[in-house]
Design a protein around this ligand. Structure first.
Ligand code: AMP
Ligand code: ZN
Ligand code: ZN
Length: 404
């Protein structure tokens, strides 16, 4: 009897890894971001791979969160929280609780410091806590041990790593033995954003970048097929791109004295913290009607922007009309306006991002309504089988993408 029990127990033990291996295979979820990939780039007839995935899967569009910049929106995609709640309120910011530091995307000390990121729980943290492995081939936040947890596999951001090498690294992680293979993977491409800034959303060079990114997606799909891996792919972007022009400049020095406060950023928006004693002067100059710019005091943003309460939001925030740039004459002398930019109102059609989902759990041939980018997180958590954290999004808006 005892012998029989041992036999049954070892059979069960043997069976367990097989069952969980199948479950893990089913759960493979790959989140791809193509930075600045505007929704309509998919209609240009230059993306054979993405277009096929869209035709065989679900296609929609995604509205970015405010402000429509890279770091805030990548973090919204993986946390399901608005920037005002996850705390990455801008690419460049200060925090009264971290005095003397300006957070910048290019500052390794800042991007690896979990204090900037801890207000949000990215999906890779939840996956790791649930016993799943995660891998990030670049994603804002992935270089910090957020709430004490890191992805099992990650690499420091390296913009010079070619798209093919990024795909190959992801495939190499998927070649790991079953027990070590990641179930949740992020993959990031930046060429479409860079080309959009330099040459504008309607240029031949932007189209060439779109086609190169599409080819990298094709390489990923072929690599997965060669390995017999059925992945649920969610391919999206952080924001779109609007054409800018030297004719659409707002000169700051015509509005407020440059030394009246600390300005962070310029372009689609700028923020200002008045110098001590100059609050009234700055408020009077900025918080009035402007022809091509709207300024708000912290706490006074329209509700639809879901912004303006986090302690990191500066006292005054000025947003340019879509396609206009806030600048100074000194600055344009060095860097003439042209090409494209983002950071504009998320409700402007030019800011809308692409959304394509494809895989065993995704319905074929579905066209989705525009979702908010915080809605992507509940979909990802559902596909992965991980309990979602509290979110500003809703699964209902992308639910039609699901097969069952
Ligand atoms: P943006 O100014 O909002 O257009 O930001 C786009 C830029 O963000 C890219 O060109 C990259 O240089 C940078 N970037 C994207 N991901 C990361 C990352 N994980 N770490 C550091 N910088 C990044
Ligand atoms: Zn971006
Ligand atoms: Zn950009």
């Amino acid at each position: 009897m005892r012998h029989l029990l041992t036999l049954v127990a070892s059979a069960l033990l043997l069976a367990v890894p097989v069952v969980s291996a199948q479950a893990a295979e089913k759960a493979l979820v790959i989140l791809v971001s193509m930075d600045g990939f505007r929704a309509d780039y998919l209609d240009r007839g230059i993306t054979p791979n993405l277009s096929r995935l869209a035709a065989e899967g679900a296609r929609g569009t995604v509205r970015p969160s405010f402000p429509s910049k890279t770091f805030p929106n990548h973090y919204s995609l993986v946390t399901g929280l608005r920037p005002d709640r996850h705390g990455i309120v801008d690419n460049t910011m200060r925090d009264p609780a971290i005095p003397g530091v300006v957070f910048k995307m290019s500052d390794k000390a800042a991007v690896t410091d979990p204090r900037w990121w801890n207000d949000g729980t990215p999906l890779w943290v939840s996956a790791e806590r649930a016993g799943l492995k995660s891998a990030t081939l670049f994603w804002p936040g992935s270089e910090a041990d957020i709430q004490g947890v890191r992805p099992s596999y990650w690499r420091p951001f390296d913009q010079s790593l070619p798209p093919e090498a990024r795909v190959d690294q992801v495939l190499a992680w998927l070649d790991l033995p079953q027990a070590e293979r990641p179930a949740f993977v992020t993959l990031y491409f930046d060429e479409t954003d860079t080309a959009g800034h330099h040459h504008g959303p309607d240029s031949a060079l932007l189209n060439a970048a779109v086609t190169r990114t599409d080819a990298a997606i094709g390489r990923l799909v072929a690599g997965l097929a060669a390995r017999g891996l059925a992945a649920n792919l969610v391919i999206t972007a952080d924001h779109g791109m609007a054409a800018t022009s030297p004719e659409r400049a707002i000169y700051l020095e015509d509005i407020v004295a440059p030394d009246a406060g600390e300005r962070l950023g310029m372009g689609a928006f700028m923020t200002m913290t008045p110098a001590p004693g100059r609050e009234a002067e700055v408020e009077k100059a900025l918080l009035k009607r402007h022809k091509h710019m709207t300024c708000w005091a912290r706490g006074k943003f329209p509700a639809r922007l879901h912004y303006g309460h986090h302690r990191r939001v500066p006292p005054i925030f000025c947003l340019a009309q879509t396609g206009w740039e806030i600048t100074t004459r000194d600055w344009v002398a060095k860097r003439p306006i042209g090409g494209g930019n983002h950071g504009f109102d998320p409700h402007a059609p030019e800011m809308t991002a692409v959304f394509v989902a494809h895989g065993p759990r995704i319905r074929r041939g579905v066209k989705l309504r525009t979702a908010d980018n915080v809605d992507v997180y509940p979909l990802l958590a559902h596909l992965l089988g991980v309990a979602p954290e509290e979110t500003d999004g809703a699964l209902s808006r992308l639910q039609r993408a699901l097969d069952r």
